[in-house]
Design a protein. Sequence first.
Length: 331
Amino acid sequence: MTQQTSRAVLIEQHGGPEQLRLVEVAVGQPGPGEVRIRHHAVGLNFIDVYQRSGLYPMSLPLQLGMEAAGVIEAVGAGVTHLQVGDRAAYASQPPGSYCDLRVMPAKCVCQLPAAISFETGAAMMLKGLTAQYLLKRTQPQGGLHPGDFVLFHAAAGGVGLIACQWARAMGLQLIGTAGSDAKCALAQASGAAFVINYATEDFLARVKDITAGSGVKAVYDSVGKDTWDKSLDCLAPFGLMASFGNASGPVAPFAPGILGPKGSLYVTRQTLFTHIATRESTQAMADDLFAAVASGQVRIQIDQHYRLEDVQQAHRDLEARKTTGCTVLTL
């Protein structure tokens, strides 16, 4: 069978959005354990910025993008959970979703329920699976229970808005932070029990006030450098500091000895790709996410659409904090 071609966005060196180039690439047949998928929509995520900038160094040249949804066109040997014609969605390594068509490992590609649109599927997989592993699998000692306080930074972002809704469904009292009053209102409308504008308020003082001095059981932080120190001080004894991103820059090295006097705290650095390393784990997490979305407990809010050829502007807007909710690239 003749090779097909696809538009794809790649970088040849790390740097700013100007490094993103739209090119034509050849797409062949899937090998064992692989599928070929034709995308209908592609998700945009902050990890794409980290990979483009070099914060997460990658082998170059690199085709960017971590999530998308579309239709399976071909299936390689050994793939049994997907068939030609299936609607599908994924968040997956290796990068490469910024394209019309690709061949990729099948293990993290899941059938997309008919009730969920391609755009929603593309927008929800990486962020939704991230919210799932944070709230369901990255829990403090003794777990999380209805009524417990948790602090979630960047609560009006793509992961944050999903987490606000899911936390409400779990009965948690999520305290969400954001950088503007409008973003705080968005987080509160999505289920945050309390919101803090960390551009104008001291979030540590507000957390202590909200929790009557007790602190929170867990902090979920994708901001990094700017929120780290105060976040540790927001925790109750034996609380969990869960880092999963560095939007403001990487956290500076710190002495583990400080965790004792602060309340025998736990600290973890999480990444989605550890959680979705197996086919079974990926499917279990996706099933939980699909159920939450299909039931209406979690609504995926897509606030920005860009054409694939406008990906440079999409990255500029994401880095400038001009986006809320989820962003998709349309094909």
